[in-house]
Design a protein around this ligand. Structure first.
Ligand SMILES: NC(=O)c1ccc[n+]([C@@H]2O[C@H](COP(=O)([O-])OP(=O)(O)OC[C@H]3O[C@@H](n4cnc5c(N)ncnc54)[C@H](OP(=O)(O)O)[C@@H]3O)[C@@H](O)[C@H]2O)c1
Length: 302
């Protein structure tokens, strides 16, 4: 049985991925800031501030998945929160690399999350591919520092994969439950101009992509973790209303209101360009949900 250690495995993507891996016969260990007991998975603790990790956490790891990171959508972007966003991702990688060196073990693969924010928060018609340079705004800087840290693993001769992830659609976490609440009352209104693109991916597909990266030795480097369909925020909201059988379309959510409520972080809902899924498709990955109606029907009606 192969052993996968998931750093940040108690979060939205990690908990889903852990279940999928277990169902496939993997043994799964979760690395968390908090001690937990579970009959399904082993839990180990670490502390990124003090750079400490349970000495048994990585023992026997065939694959390490890095999903840990302070949630950028849940807090105002103060200077101290920005530092936490970066250190919870990049310093976390250094702790894992240092621990592997100490143990003198070499997992076959290290797969890390990154985000499409790497390309910067802009609304254009451009289709971003993996070779495009990073943006210069905060999310572009986070992506650059995070991915540079992950590339440390290359020097340990460990196959390294980075999945630049779009908005993950899941019925119980992230953006969808927040958008569903008003939509159920006929308030599925576009956010801001509604023209910003919203690269998205079904939770099942992003987890399948992690497993694909673990199981396919030819997968290496950076891949965009987004569905192949390009969708603006307005089109997404229309699809949501249709799937919910709601015809009403309320006025747009004004930009100033969002900036007031969310501050600088409002950019994650107000801006967005197209992001290509071609590289991972060409590498043989098949999406289960490549268009929004099938994804939303699956998430909302099942
Ligand atoms: N979900 C999305 O739509 C999406 C989109 C693009 C990129 N991503 C990226 O993919 C990764 C996983 O996403 P997710 O949605 O599963 O995130 P999540 O639900 O917020 O979970 C992330 C996990 O990271 C750990 N964590 C939180 N704050 C931390 C801190 N300050 N220091 C260390 N660990 C911390 C937590 O685990 P413990 O509490 O157990 O320590 C948490 O369960 C994240 O890096 C995220 O930025 C997600």
């Amino acid at each position: 049985m192969k052993r996968v250690v998931i750093a940040g495995g108690s979060g939205a993507i990690g908990s889903h991925l852990a279940k999928m891996l277990k169902a496939k016969g993997y043994s799964v260990a979760i690395l968390s800031r908090f001690a937990k007991q579970s009959s399904d998975f082993e839990y180990f603790t670490w502390n990124i501030d003090t750079k400490t990790i349970d000495p048994n956490a990585l023992v026997g790891a065939d694959a390490i998945v890095h999903l840990a990171g302070a949630n950028i959508g849940e807090n105002r972007w103060t200077e101290s929160f920005k530092r936490e966003v970066i250190s919870s991702r990049a310093d976390a990688v250094s702790i894992l690399a240092t621990e592997l060196k100490r143990l003198n073990i070499q997992p076959k693969v290290f797969v890390s999350a990154s985000a499409i924010g790497y390309y910067g928060s802009v609304t254009t018609d451009k289709i971003f591919t993996e070779t495009d340079p990073p943006g210069t705004d905060f999310l572009g800087q986070v992506g650059t520092i995070w991915e540079n840290a992950v590339n440390e693993f290359k020097s340990l001769n460990i196959r390294t994969v980075i999945l630049r992830t779009g908005v993950v659609l899941d019925k119980s976490s992230g953006a969808l439950p927040k958008l569903l609440k008003p939509a159920k009352f006929g308030l599925a209104s576009p956010i801001g101009s509604g023209k910003q693109f919203m690269p998205w991916i079904h939770i099942e597909d992003i987890c399948r992509m992690y497993i694909y990266a673990i199981e396919h030795p030819e997968i290496q480097g950076v891949y965009n973790g987004v569905a192949p369909e390009f969708l603006t925020n307005s089109q997404f909201m229309k699809a949501l209303a249709k799937v919910l059988n709601k015809k009403t379309f309320a006025p747009r959510v004004p930009v100033f209101m969002l900036r007031l409520m969310l501050g600088e972080g409002a950019t994650i809902v107000l801006d967005g360009s197209r992001v290509s899924a071609e590289k991972i498709r060409k590498a043989g990955f098949n999406f289960q949900f490549s268009e929004i109606y099938s994804a939303l029907n699956n998430l909302i009606k099942h």
